[in-house]
Design a protein around this ligand. Structure first.
Ligand code: KG4
Ligand code: ZN
Length: 350
């Protein structure tokens, strides 16, 4: 590698695992110095979900302009970049390959290291971008469109999976709840906005798996209960459907919060931990943020969340996670490009 001794690391981070193209620059001493994001939400909205082929094509269009954008934002040139971090999985394989191909060509041309980052490790470490006081070990709740996991984090890369969903992820449950009431995509932001005008006590929805021991989740029953409630509301209350929608959204959000509270109390007690990190797209949810903050305050502990714009997919978290691994001397071998499936527990501690 051509890096001079003592040159501080400057890592270009690239996220392209799903429907956001995210680029960022993380500097060893100055921290995050630039980030830019292009969301494809409008592109996929008419289809009610992400169309993989369209996602890949759009990433290709965005990667170079967004790279130019972060370089000019930071006032640096490509020659100043010392390493490239890209999301290598899990995610849509075609979308991942666009970022991986771009990142590795760039690193190859410049003779600098490239590192394939685990997308969920990016989410998991994102609160550290702004909370350097956060220390190991801690409990993590990862909640996104594809994941709902409780993890004991002993160090970067030392992850112990304590609980997982047996079916739908929480983000998926938000998305399906929105879809079945015809509210649009993605469901999380829409459901949480509508819930603000709703009565969370109106509909009694189930809290799946909370009456059983253990830390696993299940959300498909909650989704079915939402569907039944919505169908019933349509039969009974044709004049008040807008209010019924808001009340279902609020009742759904409350059920999700209750489930998370019950499971996290158990996990914290079991592992004797008093620090909680919540990350992933669903951690942008205000009701979840405030109920988990309250939980940790009541235990004289502390809850950490990424800032809202870094809850959903972004390049900053990839630049940061990649920086940690490149700083530790790691880089990906030439045969490593992208993996659609990849468990966090396969990661190596640094
Ligand atoms: O982390 P993310 O951007 O992508 C994945 O890695 O999956 O998470 C996207 C998920 C979607 O399911 C979306 O509906 C959900 O996060 N989400 C939310 C909110 N904002 C995004 N869910 C609940 N409340 C929100 N405010
Ligand atoms: Zn994500």
């Amino acid at each position: 590698m051509m890096m001079k001794h003592n040159t501080p690391h400057l890592i270009l981070g690239i996220e392209s695992s799903c429907d956001e193209t995210g680029l960022a620059l993380y500097h060893q001493t100055q921290g995050l110095i630039a980030h830019a994001l292009h969301s494809q939400i409008a592109l996929h909205a008419t289809y009610g979900g992400v169309v993989p082929e369209l996602a890949s094509r759009d990433h290709i269009h965005r990667l170079i302009p967004l790279t130019e954008q972060v370089l000019s934002q930071a006032g640096v040139g490509l020659n100043d970049v010392t390493g490239v971090a890209y999301t290598a999985g899990p995610g849509l394989v075609g979308a991942l390959l666009t970022g991986a191909g771009f990142a590795r060509s760039l690193a190859f041309a410049r003779g600098i290291p490239a590192i394939g980052v685990h997308h969920m490790e990016g989410h998991l470490l994102s609160p550290l971008l702004e909370a350097p006081e956060l220390s190991f070990p801690f409990m993590a709740l990862l909640v996104s469109g594809g994941h709902t996991q409780i993890i004991r984090v002993n160090a970067i890369g030392d992850y112990q999976l304590l609980g997982d969903t047996l079916d739908d992820a929480i983000g998926e449950a938000f998305d399906k709840t929105a879809k079945l009431m015809g509210l649009g995509y993605p469901g999380g932001p829409i459901v949480s906005k509508l819930a603000l005008q709703g009565d969370a006590q109106r509909y009694k929805l189930p809290r799946p798996m909370t009456d059983r021991a253990g830390l696993d989740f299940s959300f498909s029953g909650l989704k079915t209960a939402v569907l039944n409630t919505w169908q019933q509301a349509q039969i009974e209350r044709t004049n008040e459907l807008e209010q019924a929608k808001a009340d279902i959204c609020a009742s759904f959000e409350l059920a999700v919060c209750d489930v998370l509270l019950i499971k996290l109390k158990r996990a914290l007690q079991q592992e004797k931990l008093n620090t909680l990190v919540v990350a992933g797209g669903v951690s942008a949810n205000q009701r979840i943020r405030s109920s988990l903050t309250q939980l940790m305050t009541s235990r004289a502990g502390h809850a950490f969340f990424p800032r809202p714009e870094f809850c959903t997919d972004n390049g900053a978290m990839i630049a940061f996670a990649g920086y940690q691994r490149i700083k530790a001397g790691e880089h990906s071998s030439l045969d490593f490009s992208a993996r659609a499936r990849w468990s966090l527990s396969e990661m190596k501690a640094i």
